[in-house]
Structure formats: C-alpha cells, structure tokens
Design a protein around this ligand. Sequence first.
Ligand SMILES: Cc1cc2nc3c(=O)[nH]c(=O)nc-3n(C[C@H](O)[C@H](O)[C@H](O)COP(=O)(O)OP(=O)(O)OC[C@H]3O[C@@H](n4cnc5c(N)ncnc54)[C@H](O)[C@@H]3O)c2cc1C
Length: 402
Amino acid sequence: MNEYDFDLVIVGAGPAGSSAAFAASSEGVSVALLEKEEAVAETVRTSGVTWIEDAKEFGIPEACYNPISNYSFCSPTKSVTISDEKPKAVVLDVRKTYRHLAEEAQNSGTKLFVNTNVIEIVTDNNKPVGVIAKVSESQVKFNAKMVIDCSGFQSVVVKSLGLAEQWGRFGAGAEYEVKAENVQSDTWWLMVGQEYSPAGYAWIFPVSKDTVRIGVGVGKPESDVDPTERLDKLIEEKKGPIKDLGDITKIEFHYGLIPNDGLSRKTVYDNLILVGDSAGQANPLVLEGIRYAIRFGRVAGRTAANAIKSGDTTQKSLEPYEKNWKKAIESKINSASKIQNRWIGLTDEEWEKELEVISELSADEFLDFIRADFSVSSIVRLATHHPKLAVRQLFNIVKGSQ
Ligand SMILES: Cc1cc2nc3c(=O)[nH]c(=O)nc-3n(C[C@H](O)[C@H](O)[C@H](O)COP(=O)(O)OP(=O)(O)OC[C@H]3O[C@@H](n4cnc5c(N)ncnc54)[C@H](O)[C@@H]3O)c2cc1C
C-alpha cells in the first residue's frame, strides 16, 4: 500500500474542507485535502445562496455570484416582495466558488488528492492518526498528527470512529438548473404552503440573466414526500411564479441532504475536529450552511495548525475552535430552530398570515431574520415596540431564546 505522511489530513473538499486546508497550510503545516470525486464540486448538492458581505469578506470573486436585491415570498394565495436598494444576497456559481476555495488552499501549500475515497480511519489508542482511502483499484494510507472531518452530511470520520450516528432529522432537496425565457435576475422566490412542500419550501434562485435554479426542500422525518417528484410536478403544472419563467429547458439536476438536528454534535476530540455539515453547522431557518462552513473551516484550520505546531493535539488544545463557533452562532441557531418549528407545522391559511407579518419588516429586518443574524437590540425593538401584535409575537419567540 502506498503511504504518505502529512501533519494534517482533511477529509472532503467542500467549502469547509478547502477553507480549513487554506487556513492550516497558511500557518505552515503540511496538509492533505482528500476528495472522493474526480474533481472538486463535480456533483453540486446545494442551491448556493449566501450573502454579499460574507462573500466579500471571504475574498470570493464577484464573477462567482449573481446579486439579489428583491426577496419574494409566496403561498398558494398570497405573495409579498421586500425590495432593497442594494443587493445583499447572492446566488453562487457553486462549482466556480468551491473550485476557487480549493485553489486558494493549493496556492497556500495544500496537496489536493481527488478520486480519493476515505474508507477507513487509522487509530492509535482510539485516536485518529490517519486514514485509508480507495484510489481507483488500490488503497493509499495517509498518516497524520490529526484529522479534520469535512465530509459533509456523510460525516465519514466521526461515524467510522463510532462517535456519532447518522443524522436523524434532516432536509432533502432536489433542484434543476434551467435556462428560462423570462428571468428577473435580481429577484428570488421562496414558495411556501402544502402544495409546494408540506415541510419546507420551494425556491427559484436566479444564477444569471437567463438561468435559474428551481428546487424543493422537504423536512425529514416530518414529511415522506419525495422532493424530486414534487419538483417535477410543480414544474409540469407551472405553479405560481414558475409560470412567469416562460419556456424552460433543464440543464442540470442537483440533489442533496442537509442535517437539521440542531447543534447536537460535539465537534472536538483528541486529534479530531468536525466542521460544516459534519458538525451540523447550518442556519435551520432556510438550511444554509456555506458561510458557516467557510468561516469555521478557517477557524478549525488555524486551531489545528497551532495545535500541531505546539505538539499538543488533545481535545483540550482544540477546544478554542468549539468555543469560537458556539459563541458566534449557538444562540442564533437555537432562536432560528424555534421559528423553524413554528413554520414546519403551518397550514396554508396560517402561512397567509405569516406572510402578512413578514411584509411588515424592512429589508434589513427581513434579512437579519432569514439569516438568523438577530441583533439583540433589533429583536427587543420589534418584540416590544412594533405596532402590529403579530410581529411582536413573532419576535418574542426569538427574544425568549436569546
Ligand atoms: C438541496 C440543498 C440546498 C442547499 N442550499 C443552500 C444554500 O442555498 N445556501 C447555503 O448556504 N447552504 C445551502 N445548503 C447547505 C450547504 O450545501 C452545506 O451546508 C455546505 O455544503 C456544507 O459544506 P461542507 O463542506 O461541510 O460539506 P459538503 O459541501 O457536503 O462537502 C463535503 C465533501 O466531502 C466529500 N466526501 C464525502 N465523503 C467523502 C469520503 N469518504 N472521502 C473523501 N471525500 C468525501 C464530498 O464529495 C464533498 O465534496 C443546501 C443543502 C442542500 C442539501
């Protein structure tokens, strides 16, 4: 068996893995980034919405995204559009963005191994000290001082070590990227109510002037609806704003799963860190995790490099990583989970009322809400002083869990 020695092995070259690799190799440790597919982002499993502020902070080139400034919501009977002066959301060219992140890691010294499927974790006294990967028909061993699990929903490292079970609650999403006749490239649609998704939502996210992603997400185990079947039906029947797209031609199908079990996993062990979907780091309101994967991937990479350089990769020396991400998002995610629990059970009539509440929000309030970036002062203001009782009630839910 071929064998390699690295300081750090990172499993999975999604946004979490490439960002962790970039940060760790920038700190001067040797990093192997292992990806099972033939190329980074060969399969797209996400719709790629994120926020312009984060994209700029992460240095993602403008050519990688399409800006959004109108946020439309519809239920079967009502629609609301919140318009902003400047775009604050973006829809990523996922392949271009993920490849950019992986290139950044390689430019800082990371060695990327594609077509390298991690199948076993090498341990010493139950602590990971490397991995075995299948490369074509042979096996390759990667020895390391520590491992970062960035394998996404599959969480291959932590599950192989028996430290976590498969996610019990998750979202399943299906999406077509399509060429469409009429695209409003600065406007997204979120479509809610039973016919769109009995536990989740459907969406239209514009990627460019002539291309959009139309998708359906369904919460599991809350609903047994198959998102692909529901998506095909919505497109065939040209439901709601899908009709306004005119003629459409499907160009690519995307399918993926995202954990929705809250922040239930421990994310540091001796010689091991979990980041991104393997750690369950996603905003549960709209199940978006890309910016957390990048942000905390970088924190994990730096923490791992410092631990390796200090010669102490025990759980204790990796704890600053867990403290960092918990401080940044734990209370926000808990608040967003409460709203999600309210949303998941709404009838069409209740959605109609919820859209009335949403239409009362300014663009900034709406975006803070949907991003789960609740600032305490704005929550208190909305929960206490907003003229509409329903808005006060909604924000009291958030306030109660901060
Ligand atoms: C349908 C859908 C829509 C979504 N839409 C959005 C959105 O609009 N905005 C947003 O922010 N988030 C969205 N998300 C969530 C987002 O995609 C994830 O939070 C994000 O991709 C997490 O990044 P990651 O690097 O942790 O995992 P991933 O992106 O899943 O990357 C994991 C990588 O590990 C590799 N891998 C897995 N197993 C192995 C193995 N054994 N050996 C080697 N490599 C392996 C995989 O091939 C993959 O490249 C969506 C998710 C789904 C399912």
